[in-house]
Write a protein that binds this ligand. Structure first.
Ligand SMILES: Cc1ncc(C[n+]2csc(CCOP(=O)(O)OP(=O)(O)O)c2C)c(N)n1
Ligand SMILES: [Mg+2]
Length: 664
């Protein structure tokens, strides 16, 4: 074949992407053909002209990051990754959406294959991109020779309708994240039809008001998109939004511009007509012309020399390398404190953070406008702001969802370890992003304080009830509710050493120190107190052989462990030997050996009572058929917390009664 003119080659490449998209969706008979067909020019302009990456080293740390926020357009990403030479074959594209394939319906975080984050829940990719841009700014201020890249996003109408993108855009504008470039696939179509049904705002004005640099281009024309990206890169102060006017399912004669092309195969006949219209062969399916592959493989090599030099430089910087590889320094836990004074576990958490911050420069975080309440400040370090990029304290503002997305983005970016706090009740506002963290196994740490009716007077709107159960239901997420200050130390240790996300559940109110220093809590649950001769804080039970198993087991978490210990004393006075098990983390306990679990909860002891100031749902897992769960299966109340505990029956007397009533 004669050599193609450059413009023809570009056109052929876009149409190859469109063809791959139509064929993959057709083969799976499910998927979203419209978006990749409409946004092929945007994707091409980015990958071929701007994005710095190297498929030979997908995790090159100083690469530009690309996030397809409109994750339903996954075939745009898969096609570009395949063509540019990532480890994603044509066979993979042929098995789109099939069991075990590398091409799931929506992109799933797989940095070795160029998939930076999991997207699909609209708006979150945009939010994670903001976090990536924050991480880049923070690291560039410290390692300007080694970290210097941009974050690019492609988002859709749906992304920008979602509230989280407004939160995140507001934060990005405020923080002046000038290295963030967002291409908006403005095809004016969503699932229900035209955006005139729902979305009549002026997006450009909105983003201008949020202090973004906004431009508009014909998103179908690569040169136009290219020029807009060039201008966006020149704007170093503000983040950029490029509104790309496109046509969904561009090239499909009967479905272009219609919602029908959003989320269903076009149909064999329409695929044929579209291919004819686009000037690509109808057969074979999954057609990739040699020139296109050669061209795109060259695109994939563009940054090889730069990447090699950059990686060599990084390997000479052991400190950044350590952070990039996510290794904690050997001595990071050297100064971990131990406590004996009563204090709120949120205060203990603040103390832990401030003792480890010096040794963990990667630690960065903040709160959604509750910094003092959540005790998330790293007191000897500055703010992260538009003026101070080296700062490590982020004021996220009252933007919980964007905060959680940004934390995920930062943690997936790497080189930093990000955490964020709010009241446990508002974990509901973050739940979608906690779930994405869990899906990606991102090591995000969510600091949730004011964890129960124990917060008192603010009342039921602020008192979490069902939150523990609902967070525990989430795979991969560790939920840790320490009993006291010492367990809080262990909780942070567990969180920082875990490769996935952790929710720390902390009290507002003071709690006595009831556990010894050390890290038993890392086992998830452990015997805190047996009524034996050697224990200092529990009296001997007359007539009971200390070597024999206890008659009952009281299992508590957080502030209720204290209630269990008090109940144990009441019971011992009545000649009943009860063990107290502190169970700060179900997930960690479930990971222990059967042997250990049976040691802590001997199967022969059926008289078990769980005590937790929250919904009882799920406790049958640990207390078994004969157990009794004491908790709160209704909403809370506004009153001093001691009164609520009493009125809700979270008392040592009730716990002791439960044990006594269950005796044969
Ligand atoms: C949070 C969330 N809500 C709903 C959906 C289901 N959904 C997928 S795409 C979409 C909207 C499609 O419109 P747009 O984002 O403009 O994408 P396009 O059809 O233009 O490709 C919706 C509602 C989702 N993925 N995420
Ligand atoms: Mg749309």
């Amino acid at each position: 074949m004669a050599t193609l003119e450059a413009t023809d080659l570009v056109r052929l490449t876009l149409n190859t992407i469109r063809g791959l998209t139509m064929d993959a969706v057709q083969a799976a008979n499910s998927g979203h053909p419209g978006m990749p067909m409409g946004a092929a020019g945007m994707g091409y302009a980015l990958f071929a002209r701007h994005l710095r990456f190297d498929p030979e080293s997908p995790q090159w740390f100083n690469r530009d990051r690309f996030i397809l926020s409109a994750g339903h357009g996954s075939l745009l990403l898969y096609s570009l990754l395949h063509l540019t030479g990532y480890d994603l074959s044509l066979e993979d594209i042929k098995s789109f959406r099939q069991w075990g394939s590398r091409t799931p319906g929506h992109p799933e975080c797989d940095p070795e294959r160029g998939i930076e984050v999991t997207t699909g829940p609209l708006g979150q990719g945009f939010g994670m991109a903001v976090g990536m841009a924050i991480a880049e700014e923070r690291l560039r201020s410290e390692f300007p020779e080694l970290v210097d890249h941009r974050t690019y996003v492609i988002c859709s109408d749906g992304d920008l309708m979602e509230g989280v993108s407004s939160e995140a855009a507001s934060l990005a504008g405020h923080l002046r994240l000038g290295r963030l470039v967002c291409l908006y696939d403005s095809n004016r179509i969503t699932i229900d039809g035209g955006t005139d049904l729902t979305f009549s705002e002026d997006v450009a004005k909105r983003f201008e008001a949020l202090d973004w640099h906004v431009s508009r281009c014909n998103g179908l024309e690569v040169d136009n998109v290219d020029a807009a990206v060039v201008a966006a890169k020149a704007e170093t102060e503000r983040p950029s939004l490029i509104i790309c006017d496109t046509v969904i399912a561009e090239g499909s004669p009967n479905k272009a511009g219609t919602a029908a092309s959003h989320g269903a195969a076009l149909g064999e006949e329409e695929v044929r007509l579209a291919k004819r219209n686009l000037g690509i062969p109808e057969e074979p399916a999954f057609y990739v012309p040699h020139e296109v592959l050669r061209h795109m493989r060259e695109v994939g090599c563009r940054h090889r020399a730069e990447r090699e030099a950059s990686e060599a430089a990084l390997s000479n910087n052991p400190e950044l390398l350590r952070r990039v590889e996510g290794r904690l320094p050997d001595d990071w836990g050297k100064d971990l404190p131990s406590f004996n004074e009563a204090m709120a576990t949120r205060a203990a958490s603040g103390a832990v953070l401030n003792t480890i911050a010096d040794r963990l420069p990667e630690l960065i975080g903040g709160s959604a406008d509750l910094t003092g309440s959540n005790q998330t400040a790293l007191k000897s370090f500055p703010l992260f702001s538009s003026e101070s990029r080296g700062g490590r304290n982020i004021h996220f503002g009252v933007r919980e969802h964007a905060m959680a997305c940004a934390i995920n983005g930062m943690n997936v970016h790497g080189g930093v370890r990000a955490y964020g706090g709010t009241f446990l009740i508002f974990s509901d506002y973050m739940r979608p992003a906690i779930r994405i963290a869990a899906l990606m196994k991102a090591p995000s740490v969510f600091v949730f304080t004011h964890d129960s009716i124990g917060l008192g007077e603010d009342g039921p709107t602020h008192q979490p009830i069902e939150h523990l159960a609902s967070l525990r239901a989430m795979p991969n997420l560790r939920v840790i509710r320490p009993a006291d200050a010492n367990e809080t130390v262990a909780a942070w240790k567990a969180a920082l050493e875990y490769e996935g996300p952790t929710a720390l559940i902390l009290t507002r109110q003071k709690v006595p120190v009831v556990t010894p220093p050390g890290h038993s809590a890392l086992l998830g649950a452990y015997v805190l107190s047996d009524p034996d001769f050697n224990s200092l804080n529990t009296p001997r039970v007359e007539g009971v052989d200390p070597a024999s198993p206890p008659e009952a087991i009281l299992i508590g978490t957080g502030s209720e462990v204290q209630i269990c210990l008090d109940a144990q004393r009441l019971l011992s006075k009545q000649g009943v030997s009860a063990r107290v098990v502190s169970m700060p983390c179900w997930e960690l306990f479930a990971e222990q050996s059967d042997e250990y679990r049976n040691e802590v909860l001997p199967p022969g002891v059926g008289n078990r009572v769980s005590v937790e100031a929250a919904a009882t749902l799920g406790w049958e897992r640990w207390i078994g058929d004969r157990g009794h769960a004491i908790g709160i299966d209704r909403f809370g109340a506004s009153a001093p917390f001691q009164d609520i505990y009493r009125n809700y029956g979270l008392t040592p007397e009730r716990v002791a009664d439960a044990v006594l009533n269950a005796r044969p």
